[in-house]
Structure formats: structure tokens, C-alpha cells
Design a protein around this ligand. Structure first.
Ligand code: ATP
Length: 257
């Protein structure tokens, strides 16, 4: 068993009595890339919210690098090394990818110099290295508004990495992307997984197959099962949960997407 970077112990989150997470137990090894799947309303977003501190557990503990996050505010948790990428890109469209990355790196540098004095690091090198990692060197000086949806997603992943988090939380990174862009984002996450711990929430099963080593299936706020993609896709409980959802769709019952 590897060293744990994240441990969720018996976490319940109640919203006015409704349990969005129910006695959830989960752990992530340092350096692991894990994909979380589950039908609509399974609790995936709430799960990320309790890790970032946006939502506090009603019961249970969230440990990051062995430290209980209960008393910490969202920005303190971010500073401990948890970075989150939301579904919609949050980049400055009037700036270029290079400028977007420079801003993020500068913010980091400022924080660093406040704590430890003037930095000597060659920041430009960091920015150009990041541009290369996310495959945007050729478009580095175009306004970000001109980038494709997939390039914007990759830029935002680059901005997340620029904050040097130990754990990256990535929410549906390929929603609405072309097949080619989906593969690019997948390759980027696989490359980043060599030096980061990463959790990805995703619906696109082809993409899950591309990147996932281990998959966790959430259902009604708890872990339904875990395993490699084939184990999970062939698990009768998973099939039942997803088929049930298909039937609901056909009958016109509520999906939030
Ligand atoms: N602030 C809130 N107040 C009340 N109920 C909430 C709140 N946030 C989430 N819920 C409910 O908790 C359940 C889990 O929601 P959550 O958004 O975590 O699911 P999800 O798996 O991310 O769903 P989706 O795939 O549709 O985004 C849902 O039934 C949702 O309606």
C-alpha cells in the first residue's frame, strides 16, 4: 500500500436532512490518478466540495497529507496544495495563454517572496515549459478568446499546474470536446500524473478508458464499487444503476444536464 495523500473517513454531508454524501469512505495514494464516475446526483460535485473545504462534512473526517481539514478555510486548504479545475474554463480571454500563465506564476511568486524573500527562479522558463506541456507553444501569443474549447481547457489545466498543487481535482475536463481534443486532454492528464496526484470526475466512458487505472463509482452519496475500468463496467450493480438512469431518461424523468 502506498502513502495516502487523501483519506475520507465516514463522511456524511446533509443538506436540510438530505444526505448528498452518506458515510463515504475513500482514499487516494500519493501519485495516483483516479477517475470518479456515477450517475447524475450521485454526489460527485459534493465530494470535491468537501475536499476543497467549500462544504464541510456534517459528520466524518477529511485528511489531506494526514492533516484533518475540518478547521481550515477554503483558501488555506488551497494553499496546502489542493488545486481544482472547474468544468467551465476560468481564463482571461483578452490575454494570451502566455500572459494567463504569467499571471498565475506571478501570484505564486508573490506568495513565495512574501514568505521567503525574493525568488531567483527563471519564471519565463517555467511559463515556456508549461506552454510546452499543455501543447500551446504555437498559440502562446494569440488572445485566449481565439483558442478552441479544448485548448482553453488545456490552458486552464496549465494554470492549475502553475499553482504547484500536490493534488489536482479536475471536474469533467472533456465535456463538449471533439474526439481529438479529448485525446489531447487525456494525454496531458497522463503526463501530469507522473508528478501529481490527480482526481478526475468524468462521464465520458471512452475518455475514462483512455486515462483510468482505477475507477471509483459513486451512487447515492456512497462508494458503490472500485476497480479497473473492465471490472467496473461489468459489475452488475453498476450496470443496474446506469440502466436505471437510462430508463428514467426515456420516461422523461429529471436529469440536471
Ligand atoms: N446545496 C445543496 N442543497 C441541497 N441539495 C443539494 C445541494 N448540493 C447538492 N445537492 C443535492 O445532492 C445530491 C448530489 O449532488 P451533486 O451535485 O454532488 O451530484 P453529482 O454527482 O455531481 O451530479 P451531476 O453529475 O448531475 O453533476 C443531488 O441530489 C443534489 O440535488
Amino acid at each position: 500500500m502506498g502513502e495516502k495523500i487523501l483519506e475520507i473517513e465516514d463522511v456524511t454531508v446533509s443538506f436540510d436532512g438530505f444526505k448528498a454524501l452518506k458515510n463515504l469512505n475513500f482514499s487516494l495514494d500519493k501519485g495516483e490518478l483516479r477517475v470518479i464516475i456515477g450517475p447524475n446526483g450521485a454526489g460527485k460535485t459534493t465530494f470535491l466540495d468537501v475536499i476543497t473545504g467549500k462544504t464541510k462534512p456534517t459528520q466524518g473526517r477529511v485528511l489531506f497529507k494526514g492533516k484533518n481539514l475540518r478547521s481550515l478555510k477554503e483558501h488555506q486548504i488551497a494553499r496546502m496544495g489542493i488545486g481544482r479545475k472547474f468544468q467551465t474554463p476560468r481564463i482571461y480571454l483578452n490575454l494570451t495563454p502566455r500572459e494567463n500563465l504569467e499571471i498565475t506564476c506571478n501570484q505564486q511568486k508573490k506568495l513565495w517572496s512574501t514568505l521567503f524573500g525574493k525568488p531567483k527562479s527563471a519564471e519565463r522558463q517555467t511559463v515556456s515549459g508549461l506552454l510546452e506541456t499543455i501543447g500551446l507553444t504555437a498559440n502562446a501569443d494569440l488572445p485566449a478568446s481565439k483558442l478552441s474549447h479544448g485548448e482553453k481547457q488545456r490552458l486552464e489545466i496549465g494554470m492549475l499546474v502553475a499553482q504547484s498543487p500536490d493534488l489536482l481535482l479536475v471536474d469533467e475536463p472533456v465535456a463538449g470536446l471533439t474526439d481529438e481534443e479529448t485525446e489531447n486532454v487525456g494525454n496531458l492528464l497522463l503526463a501530469l500524473a507522473q508528478s501529481h496526484s490527480i482526481m478526475v470526475i468524468e462521464h465520458d466512458m471512452e475518455f475514462v478508458r483512455q486515462i483510468a487505472r482505477k475507477v471509483t463509482v459513486l451512487h447515492q452519496g456512497s462508494v458503490l464499487c472500485e476497480g479497473n475500468i473492465d471490472e467496473v463496467q461489468n459489475d452488475p450493480r453498476v450496470i443496474e444503476v446506469y440502466l436505471g438512469q437510462e430508463v428514467e431518461h426515456k420516461q422523461g424523468a429529471g436529469s440536471r444536464e
